[in-house]
Design a protein around this ligand. Structure first.
Ligand code: ZN
Ligand code: ZN
Length: 140
């Protein structure tokens, strides 16, 4: 097998780090902040917060994860629920932090129509509903 060049090995390492960040988010059922992700990555050779932020930006761009702006946290995309990965809707429990992702084509169609009326070029949208989940409300 041919030896990897320095740049190949660098890009291999950065692919490993990308996988590590994605794995941490897939393993969590709650949104995580960049620092919580960093804390779970010890041993995966990621030590700098800037590295985590760069990888998070990359994963958002790829549609693999979403940023929950209101709590400055990140979740892995539940790809089963929407095809356009730059547009997502979340319900966030304020008590236990449970976050569910869902897609509603009607909601997204309304936003898109509004954007078109404004000649606004829509790149991405993340809607957040905050409240209490069924189990915290004692309804589950
Ligand atoms: Zn998603
Ligand atoms: Zn809850």
């Amino acid at each position: 097998m041919a030896k990897l060049s320095a740049s190949q090995s660098r890009s291999r390492k950065s692919a490993d780090k990308r996988e590590a960040v994605l794995r941490v988010l897939h393993q969590s059922d709650r949104p995580l902040t960049a620092y919580q992700i960093l804390a779970r990555l010890r041993g995966d050779s990621i030590k700098a917060p800037t590295t985590v932020y760069r990888l998070l930006e990359q994963l958002i761009g790829e549609g693999e994860i979403h940023r929950i702006e209101s709590i400055n946290s990140f979740v892995a995309c539940d790809k089963s629920c929407h095809s356009d990965r730059k547009k997502a809707v979340f319900s966030i429990c304020e008590e236990c932090g449970k976050t569910c992702e869902f897609a509603d084509d009607q909601i997204l169609a309304i936003l898109l129509r509004q954007a078109q009326m404004l000649n606004f070029e829509l790149h991405s949208t993340t809607l957040e509903m905050r409240g209490r989940c069924a189990s915290c409300a004692g309804k589950a």
